[in-house]
Design a protein around this ligand. Structure first.
Ligand code: TYC
Length: 101
């Protein structure tokens, strides 16, 4: 066999890795009004007023709160849009993403 020959894989892969989901995380700050955070959560993440309030107040008290999980590109798009909504209104509101374990 010439040494450039690559032996084809004969055994099927045992595991098909599912793409990881990514968390969207809301980060607290001292400047963005609570009502504004709630409004962005409702608009961008389709939350009820009740759900949005609970996420906002958790981030306010603990520093961060997981908002939702999505496929990577969707998580990043939503985090960017939500962060941009804050910036457009002059607030330092921040949403980040990170892969789930
Ligand atoms: N801490 C802000 C305030 O007291 C409210 C707030 C909550 C801001 C959560 C950001 O992610 C946040 N006005």
């Amino acid at each position: 066999m010439p040494d450039t020959f690559v032996k084809p894989r004969t055994r099927p892969r045992l595991k098909t890795e599912r793409p990881k989901l990514h968390k969207v995380i809301l980060v607290n700050d001292d400047f963005t009004p609570r009502e504004f955070v709630v409004r962005v959560l409702k608009a961008e993440f389709r939350m009820t007023a009740d759900q949005a309030y609970k996420v906002m107040i958790t981030a306010h008290r603990r520093g961060v709160c997981v908002v939702a999980v999505y496929a990577k590109d969707i998580a990043e798009t939503k985090a960017t849009r939500a962060t941009d909504a804050g910036r457009a209104a002059g607030f330092p509101l921040l949403f980040t993403t990170e892969p789930e374990e």
